[in-house]
Design a protein around this ligand. Structure first.
Ligand code: ADP
Length: 386
């Protein structure tokens, strides 16, 4: 059985093809050996790019999948049993992976106003798959779904309740697939059932977020209504006093778009250091004595420390802290420093772990499980027509 994972970003489409091992239920295993091949189509819609939009990009992916050198792996569209899509925003409508039907498409479209750069591209990707991989069942796996278990006191902001009712302004949280994946891997490493563990997951990539996970359920997370809230990131501010926004707009004469650009693309490690948004450059510059890079690095680590303390309190105990993402996986010194610093507070029993994230594998597993478990009406109809 083959499962194709499609991840439509704002200007790229990544894909990965997973296969089943006959010896065992490989989709329940943690290794990457079931990944048959992967790739991406980048710079969609940019000058000189061969793809005008995400729809065309899926056409390119289909061609690549059926290239002559792949014949031993895949011969016909029907060899693919399911296509799993990463969807950034599921709003309040989805708390788990869902097979895509017309109704689900409409719901994803409704959430587009909350993720204007991502959901529309994902919708295009789904529609393109329906054409280029006709008849193959499709599944949506949402970044926000894992955090739908947050209680109202964690997800509501202190603004008039009418704005929540009118615009659905609340904390949604992101990176849900990554937090869920590393939490379940951590349980395996700790040799305990996830339902019995209190874990903090720390995803440090270009975007950074943390989650407090109790018994396998997310009960709080640092990103909010948008990915801007929480930790310091490559180019995003993370937490700050909202009055800074109106102050700066007035003093600098910034438009809404310009202010958004400052907060999303000019702040964080880049804005503070003036060096780069890339942690490798920041670490190098700090070592060479660049003071602003050094301070930016300190702020980055300080916020993680602050949230570990807060989430240990929120969880009412703690078994493990898990680091993942490009920075989390490659800079063990951050984990070591924090573990040493927090020992007096947390004691010696709390384990600090590094676990590589693999969102595509989790999307493939979710897709596989759903397809194995259910036969939807739409699917049956589609089958009976052919
Ligand atoms: P994304 O959020 O786009 O998936 P990644 O998870 O790949 O991003 O993380 C990107 C970040 O990881 C960048 O800040 C990069 O500097 C950092 N990174 C990647 N490799 C290393 C490394 N060997 N040492 C330190 N940081 C690294």
């Amino acid at each position: 059985m083959l499962i194709l994972v499609i991840n439509c970003g704002s200007s790229s489409v990544k894909y990965e093809l997973f296969g089943e091992n006959r010896d065992s239920d490989l989709f329940s295993l943690e290794n990457r050996s079931l990944s048959l091949f992967s790739g991406s189509v980048e710079r969609i819609g940019e000058k000189g790019s061969s793809c005008k939009n995400h729809y065309e990009a899926v056409g390119v992916i289909r061609k690549r999948l059926f290239a002559p050198d792949k014949k031993r792996i895949i011969r016909k569209v029907d060899d693919i049993k399911g296509i799993g899509h990463r969807i950034v925003h599921g709003g309040e409508e989805f708390s788990k992976a869902t097979e895509i039907t017309r109704g689900v498409l409409k719901s994803i479209a409704r959430s587009s106003k909350l993720a204007p750069l991502h959901n529309p591209s994902a919708l295009e990707g789904i529609k393109a798959c329906a054409r280029y991989f006709r008849g193959i069942r499709q599944v949506a796996v949402f970044d926000t779904a894992f955090h739908q278990s947050l209680p109202a006191y964690a997800y509501l902001y202190g603004i008039p309740f009418s704005f929540y009712k009118k615009y659905k302004i609340r904390k949604y949280g992101f990176h849900g697939t990554s937090h869920r994946f590393v939490a379940s891997e951590a349980a395996k490493k700790l040799g305990k059932s996830l339902t019995k563990l209190k874990i903090i997951t720390v995803h440090l990539g270009n975007g950074c977020s943390m989650a407090a996970i109790s018994g396998g359920k997310s009960i709080d997370t640092t990103m909010g209504f948008t990915p801007l809230e929480g930790l310091l990131m490559g180019t995003r501010t993370g937490d700050m006093d909202p009055a800074i926004v109106t102050f700066l707009m007035e003093k600098e004469g910034l438009s809404v778009n310009e202010m958004n650009e400052v907060m999303n693309n000019k702040s964080g490690l880049l804005g503070l250091s003036g060096v780069s948004n890339d942690m490798r450059d920041i670490a190098r510059a700090a070592k060479k004595g660049n003071k602003r890079a050094h301070t930016a690095f300190k702020i980055f680590v300080y916020r993680i420390k602050k949230y570990i303390g807060a989430y240990a309190a929120v969880l009412g105990g703690l078994d493990g802290v898990v680091f993942t993402g490009g920075i989390g996986e490659n800079m063990p010194e951050i984990k070591k420093t924090l573990a040493a610093n927090l020992r007096p507070l947390l004691g010696n029993k709390v384990k600090f772990l590094t676990i590589p994230t693999n969102e595509e594998l989790l999307i493939a597993r979710d897709t596989y499980k759903l397809i194995k478990k259910t036969k939807t009406r739409e699917y049956k109809n589609a089958k009976s027509k052919t």
